[in-house]
Ligand binder design. Structure first.
Ligand code: ADP
Length: 301
């Protein structure tokens, strides 16, 4: 069996552990920098090239997506799909998950609870938006942000107005969200593979920061999920068409609320917190699904 891991960060913990897990189980495993893949769009014979050579006879593709390259990786994954190769994350799911706003719209439509959220363009009336959310405090989020950068807590109406105007002033796309104070600067990261939550941890922000991102100094703790939390994590993953996802959940007075679904979650924090071999579970899952796909392809289903 031949597997390709598409990654812009070949040295990262997650790519390396996936590589190790895949090598343990398969004969040929390669990490390709997808930004250097190029494609021939031919009607009967779609193909992909890397460093001057055709990438052929691939059984499984495991994409690791980073926000800034999501458009290109979705094209590369789509090309693999045209070549009838199984991709752990489909090209459509890559597109959905890389767009925060689209993800939230899809989640809300399918009944996954999220914090009250408003998205508006520059010309919108900030006072009206704040009324819709229920007033300050609110969280203002840069749509293109990650790792907690561009996530701001505005504690008063005046502060909210200034922050929103400042972001609009530089032409940034933002969303304004109800602040879930009772989460106390903590969120849950649930790692979903297929129909199961295979690991979870609680992340707590540093004293005085409402953001729990590990990149911002947050710490992890073990956590036991409720059935509701498990179900919402699995439903959020399925709604976006993902098979593997890191679902971020806030514990609110009205139950679990999903704030984000990450299509390429990092494994380092969760593996060291839980001791679970997440990469191994993912590779086993990919192998079983790709065999199923091959069987279906053979019988023309
Ligand atoms: P990023 O994608 O940059 O990590 P998030 O939307 O996940 O942005 O927000 C970063 C952190 O801020 C979250 O992990 C959570 O701890 C906190 N947070 C985000 N949204 C809210 C909210 N509406 N209410 C309370 N805390 C929030």
């Amino acid at each position: 069996m031949k597997t390709v891991i598409l990654s812009k960060e070949p040295k990262s913990y997650s790519t390396q552990t996936l590589l190790k897990a895949a090598k343990k189980r398969m004969d040929v495993v390669k990490v390709l920098d997808y930004s250097r893949c190029y494609m021939e769009i031919e009607a009967s014979k779609p193909s992909i090239y890397y460093l001057g050579r055709a990438v052929e006879d691939v059984d499984i593709v495991i994409p690791r997506i980073i926000a800034s390259f999501s458009a290109y990786i979705s094209t590369v994954v789509r090309q693999f799909e045209m070549m009838r190769v199984y991709s752990l994350t489909s090209s459509l799911a890559v597109v959905r998950a890389s767009d925060k706003l689209r993800s939230l719209q899809l989640l809300a439509r399918s009944g996954v609870q999220i914090p009250k959220t408003v998205f508006a363009r520059k010309t919108a009336d900030v006072t009206d938006i704040l009324d819709m959310i229920g007033g300050a405090p609110v969280v203002v989020k840069l749509l293109e942000g990650n790792q907690g950068i561009g996530v701001v807590l505005a504690e008063t109406r005046k502060a909210a107005q200034s922050v929103v105007e400042a972001f609009y002033g530089v032409g940034a796309n933002i969303l304004i969200q109800e602040y879930i104070e009772e989460a106390h600067g903590a969120d849950i990261r649930a790692l979903v593979v297929g129909d199961e939550v295979v690991g979870a941890m609680l992340r707590q922000g540093v004293e005085g920061d409402f953001r729990s991102n590990l990149h911002r100094g947050g710490t992890t703790q073990p956590v036991e999920l409720t059935t509701k939390e498990r179900n919402i994590a699995i439903k959020a993953t399925k709604t976006l068409g993902l098979t593997v996802a890191g679902v971020d959940i806030l514990r609110s007075k009205r139950g679990p609320l999903v704030i984000e679904v990450n299509a390429s979650p990092g494994f380092e924090g969760i593996e060291s917190e839980t001791g679970i071999d997440i990469a191994g579970i993912i590779v086993d899952y990919a192998i079983s699904k790709s065999s199923g796909k091959r069987r279906k392809d053979r019988i023309g289903a």
